[in-house]
Design a protein around this ligand. Sequence first.
Ligand code: ATP
Length: 233
Amino acid sequence: MMLEVEDIHTYYGESRALSGVSLAVDEGETVCLLGRNGAGKTTTLSSVVGIVPPSQGTVRFRGEDITRRPAHAITRMGICLVPEDRRIFGDLSVAENLEVALYRGPRQATWSLERVFDEFPVIAEFKDRPGKTLSGGEQQMLAIARALVGQPELLLLDEPSEGLAPVIVHQIGRLLASLSASTTILFTDQNLAFALKHAQRCYILAKGEVVYEGPAATLREDPELQERYLSVA
Ligand code: ATP
């Protein structure tokens, strides 16, 4: 397994957000984390990358215990997160946003700045503009590109389609589909159709616990299961 999360408990101060979450992602898989607002999806990703370390339980990457490593060390090992709020540096140019995230280290680099400019024409076009002048969809592309120049072996995406117009969601979907051919991906999304289209397997979280795990196809064909854990009503 590339990523193994075993029985993690994560708190914000006194308040418990995760109560014994376990999940695993194998090399080459695209896995989705689903659940209603507040179920613990973001916290799970934050726990994996060391932003909000779990107080109990273990996170392993390629068999190595990374549970209490600092976030920057985890990123350098090859787990790169595209956060929900994108965290684009608004006053830096698009190119500078990428340069600050460019991985320089012993792991093999497959995403050079040149390759990003080739494969993301919109980023090449706007490379000298301040990040804050980009639209929501362009910022999401930049956030993904910035994670890629970190040379991820495991790419984590938190709600990549959130707040974007359908045509942009479609573009993000195409990008995800092409990335999934070469990268292992764990992502969260509120858009069930989008998630089930792009994931092979999914986990559903409710109140900080995993309540379902299975193939995306099974969940797609089971409206009762979708209703039970995912409907907002
Ligand atoms: P959303 O889709 O709304 O982001 P989520 O499934 O990602 O939901 P989390 O953001 O992980 O859920 O939240 C899990 C729980 O932790 C919720 O009860 C939330 O209120 C709480 N929580 C999240 N962030 C914080 C924080 N910074 N401080 C305190 N509590 C938090």
